[in-house]
Design a protein around this ligand. Structure first.
Ligand SMILES: Nc1ncnc2c1ncn2[C@@H]1O[C@H](COP(=O)(O)OP(=O)(O)OP(=O)(O)O)[C@@H](O)[C@H]1O
Ligand SMILES: Nc1ccn([C@H]2C[C@H](O)[C@@H](COP(=O)(O)O)O2)c(=O)n1
Length: 221
């Protein structure tokens, strides 16, 4: 492991703005970026396509070990699963929920661990997820826990989906977010929790730029 390469971990619940902030911070720092949720989401696509049930742990691990997954440097990045760009498919709520379900299995998380650690390349890495600061990069010097109220997160997601022409009820979305939060926080394996030493940022009343400034301050900028 390249322990001398600096890592900033940004963990938090769905819709707190981790992805948006992490990308911007990585760009400002000129560091690499890991969207670990996209890895779990891509595995969910592969599992669903293979017709594997979401509780068939051994079969899911086999799919994880066999999948050829890569991300391009485009903006937005292409997500190549066995050569096919699945970027559009991974950003649905159905895929997020399936990802959350398969992510609850310890052996599945183990199968994806090294794929995530391989993103640690010079000059540095911004890693976005649920367990970046607790399990994947516990030795990281810079850690953020980014949160926001469930209501604010549901409103943001609703707006985001509407902009994409996807019409879903706000009430249903709020319930789905709360259910995903509960599953991610209460699972036995690598639950979503604030890493020791992490800086807590509540983005409920902050703009994206204000969140980015606070994250940059964590690495001393
Ligand atoms: N501080 C903010 N103020 C207003 N909108 C925001 C803020 N942060 C993020 N958003 C918007 O909220 C939506 C969700 O943000 P984002 O995808 O970054 O969250 P996330 O935590 O990465 O979610 P997930 O874990 O589900 O991938 C996006 O449309 C984004 O533009
Ligand atoms: N480090 C991670 C990243 C993601 N997951 C699981 C749990 C999430 O609900 C799901 C989708 O992630 P998102 O794209 O919304 O960040 O994947 C996880 O368990 N650990």
């Amino acid at each position: 492991m390249n322990l001398e390469i600096p890592v900033l971990t940004i963990d938090g619940p769905s819709g707190s703005g981790k992805g948006t902030a992490s990308r911007a911070v990585a760009q400002r720092l000129g560091w690499n970026f890991l969207d670990s949720g996209a890895i779990y989401r891509s595995l969910a696509v592969a599992v669903l396509r293979a017709g594997v049930p979401l509780d068939a742990v051994d079969a899911i691990v086999r799919v994880a070990e066999a999948m050829d997954l890569s991300f391009t440097a485009d903006d937005p990045p292409k997500v190549l699963l066995d050569g096919e760009n699945i970027a559009g498919e991974i950003h649905t709520e159905t895929c997020g929920n399936a990802a959350s379900r398969i992510a609850a299995h310890g052996p599945v998380r183990q199968a994806l661990l090294q794929k995530q650690r391989d993103f640690r390349r010079a000059p540095g890495l911004v890693a976005d997820g649920r367990d970046m600061g607790t399990v994947v990069f516990p030795e990281a010097v810079y850690k953020v826990f980014l949160t926001a109220s469930a209501g604010v997160r549901a409103l943001r997601r609703h707006k985001q989906l509407k902009e994409k022409g996807i019409d879903v009820s706000l009430g249903g979305l709020t319930r789905e977010i709360e259910e995903r939060d509960r599953r991610d926080r209460e699972r036995a394996e690598a639950p979503l929790l604030m890493a020791e030493g992490a800086v807590l940022i509540d983005s409920s009343a902050l703009t994206i730029d204000e969140v980015v400034v606070r994250c940059l301050a964590v690495v001393g900028l």
